[in-house]
Design a protein around this ligand. Structure first.
Ligand code: DC
Length: 229
């Protein structure tokens, strides 16, 4: 069995992280949530006064700070992989709405993308990795052996996000979350640097129509065919 790189891309809340995490668990591969890395940099910007009251981003200050930002992952005591920002476990904080609302502008900064892309490519040197995001199959690992693009409607994704946030005790309205999902889609697909695009050689997974079990089976079948396992 050869080790491969699996790149899973798609819109926000398309369910790709859950799928990617599960695929990694089933195959013994390393899982890397590239969106969490953009969220951690966004949290740094929020904490360090780089976001104005009008939600404007001080791009120059953020770019100057990049050498002082370290994003990493560690296995936490709950058995899940958590995101670390300069050594601090920020897994919970990076999922809050205030981070979600600022992450697209941060992710549109070319220097931030170059900084995180290099880190992400480092994780793939030995292959045996599942990474999910927006530009993994196009920019981070254009030569990935298996590329998947997950399709799901904004309404289904917004409802999923509402359920997740409410389960965590956040008080959110469906309409606000739908607006956030659609605004992020717009920014993520129209930014100049590495916009969200489907790689021409990506397999397309239609998330609206398949159950979670069917999606996993589909992914595992493709994985075994490609990895020759
Ligand atoms: O997958 P997510 O919603 O946690 O990602 C958070 C944001 O990060 C999303 O709005 C777009 C950005 N992102 C990106 O630009 N490139 C990636 N590879 C992953 C995420």
């Amino acid at each position: 069995m050869k080790k491969i790189i699996v790149a899973i891309d798609g819109f926000s809340s398309s369910g790709k992280s859950t799928m990617a995490r599960q695929l990694a668990r089933e195959t013994g591969y390393l899982y890397v949530d590239s969106g969490a890395m953009y969220r951690a940099v966004t949290l740094y910007a929020l904490r360090n006064g780089m976001v104005g009251p009008d939600r404007s981003l001080d791009v120059a200050a953020l770019v100057r700070a990049l050498p002082h930002i370290d994003v990493a992952f560690a296995l936490a005591s709950d058995g899940n992989q958590h995101t670390l920002l300069n050594g601090e476990d920020v897994e919970r904080e990076i999922r809050l709405m205030e981070v979600s609302e600022m992450v697209s502008p941060v992710a549109a900064v070319p220097e931030v993308r170059r900084f995180l892309t290099r880190l992400q490519q480092g994780y793939g040197v030995e292959k045996g990795i599942v990474m999910d995001g927006r530009d993994i199959g196009t920019t981070v690992f254009p030569d990935a052996e298996m590329k998947v693009f997950v399709n799901a409607s904004p309404e289904v994704r917004a409802q999923r996000r509402v359920d997740e946030l409410r389960a965590k005790g956040e008080r959110v309205e469906y309409a606000d979350v739908l607006a956030n999902v659609m605004e992020r889609d717009r920014i993520d697909s129209t930014r100049e640097e590495s916009p969200l695009r489907q790689a021409p050689d990506a397999l397309v997974l239609d998330n609206d129509r398949l159950t979670r079990e069917e999606q996993m089976q589909w992914l595992l079948d493709k994985f075994h065919t490609i990895a020759g396992d």
